[in-house]
Every structure is written in structure tokens, then in C-alpha cells.
Design a binder for this molecule. Structure first.
Ligand code: DX5
Ligand code: ZN
Length: 221
């Protein structure tokens, strides 16, 4: 299981120190939650903060855009040279074209989907995307409880992804993931887990990430 710590749960006034202490071999991605106070109630940060972060870390950036009108917002993040940009299917008017634009920049295109949105809405996009960001909480805040119904959605999506021909599509799950439930989420088929509170509850982020990974091992036979 790869782990993408969400900096939304970190002390943003001390982010430089936190980032400098992250181990590149332990932390797979850095999850940046961009919130516009329109698509979701809160406002977080935007493209200039994301660019500054890209200059002080070599950990691949995983940008999650919780914004209205992603067609206008997505290109502002190309300069940060992230590994992944995900935008919401609920917010996009032309998701196929937008995913193609992201890919043309050499960035992995992710489609994010809210807990109440039927997963069938993603099927027309499967040839155009590299990743599905399945929300396991309503987007907007860290520290929420994992919605149990998400497990069936992960399994369902995993089976859709595995049974199709074509390139690999990664399944990333976001919200309410911690040491006690990560194994079930991994067994259901997640490739990448986003974790905010579980990674930043104390200053030892590397060890928190290690603990999450340690849970994801097959049971002895
Ligand atoms: C929710 C964000 C998540 C959140 C995860 O809107 O997209 O990435 O920060 O935080 P935890 O792990 O605390 O639920
Ligand atoms: Zn997120």
C-alpha cells in the first residue's frame, strides 16, 4: 500500500520543517487538498502555495482539487509539476477533455468521486484516466469517520478496473483512514491511501506512515 499524507492535517505554519523531515523512501506522495469555499465549504490554499511546496520537497505531489470549474483551475497547477492531479467528476463540465489535457502535460490524471455519486459515472472516462480518487468521507474536512459503505465501492471499482483491457488505473481512497481500518481498505483493493489525521497527530510523520504500511501485510497461513 502506498501512503499519501494529507498536509491539511499538518501544522501549516510549520510546514517547511515538517517537509524537510519527511523520508522520501517512506512517504510515497504528498497529498495537497485544494478547497475553494464553493465546491466545498472550506478554503485551504491555491496554486502559489502548491508551487512553493514543490520547491522545498522532492516527494511527488498528489494534488486533489475540490473546486468548482476545474477546467479553469487545473492548468494553474501544471507549473508545480505534480505527479497526480485529481479533479471531481461532480464539478467538471468536460471531464474527458480535462483528463486529456492533464495527461498531455505528463501528469497522471485522476478523477475524484464523492460518496453519494454512483460509480457508474466514471465508466465513460476509464480510457482517459490513470487514477480514481474514491472519497470515503464527504470532502471538506479532515478528521471525519470513514463511511463503511465505501468498502463495497472500493471492491466494485477494483473489479471494474481489473476486468478491463487497457492501461493500469490506480485506486486511491481518501478520508477517515487510520491504523485500525487500513488493512480492510487494502484488502478491498486500494493501491494508495490518503491519510491526514493518522499521519500528523504528532511530529513523527515517517513513523506514522510506517505504522500504516505495517498493517498491510497478508495474514500468516
Ligand atoms: C477531505 C480531504 C482529505 C482529508 C483526509 O476533504 O480530501 O484528504 O484531508 O484527512 P483524514 O485522513 O483526517 O480523514
Ligand atoms: Zn484529499
Amino acid at each position: 500500500m502506498k501512503i499519501s499524507p494529507s498536509i491539511l492535517a499538518a501544522d501549516l505554519t510549520d510546514l517547511k520543517t515538517i517537509l524537510k523531515n519527511l523520508s522520501k523512501t517512506m512517504v510515497d506522495y504528498l497529498h495537497l487538498d485544494v478547497m475553494d469555499s464553493h465546491f466545498v465549504p472550506q478554503l485551504s490554499f491555491g496554486e502559489s502555495y502548491s508551487l512553493q511546496i514543490s520547491k522545498i520537497t522532492s516527494i511527488p505531489l498528489d494534488i486533489h482539487l475540490m473546486v468548482s470549474n476545474p477546467e479553469k483551475e487545473v492548468p494553474k497547477y501544471f507549473v508545480s509539476k505534480p505527479k497526480i492531479i485529481s479533479f471531481h467528476i461532480e464539478a467538471s463540465s468536460s471531464p474527458i477533455r480535462l483528463a486529456q489535457t492533464i495527461r498531455s502535460e505528463g501528469i497522471l490524471a485522476g478523477i475524484a468521486i464523492n460518496p453519494a455519486t454512483p460509480i457508474e459515472r466514471i465508466e465513460p472516462l476509464l480510457d482517459e484516466i490513470d487514477l480514481i480518487l474514491l472519497m470515503s468521507v464527504e470532502p471538506g474536512y479532515c478528521g471525519q469517520t470513514f463511511l463503511p459503505r465505501s468498502l463495497a465501492r472500493i471492491r466494485n471499482l477494483k473489479s471494474i478496473i481489473s476486468s478491463r483491457d487497457g492501461g493500469k488505473i490506480y485506486l486511491e481512497v481518501d478520508g477517515g483512514i487510520h491504523k485500525e481500518n487500513i488493512k480492510t481498505i487494502w484488502e478491498a483493493g486500494a493501491d494508495i491511501a490518503v491519510a491526514g489525521s493518522a499521519c500528523f497527530t504528532n511530529s513523527d510523520v515517517n513513523s506514522n506512515v510506517q505504522k500504516l504500511k505495517d498493517e498491510c501485510v497478508p495474514a500468516p497461513s
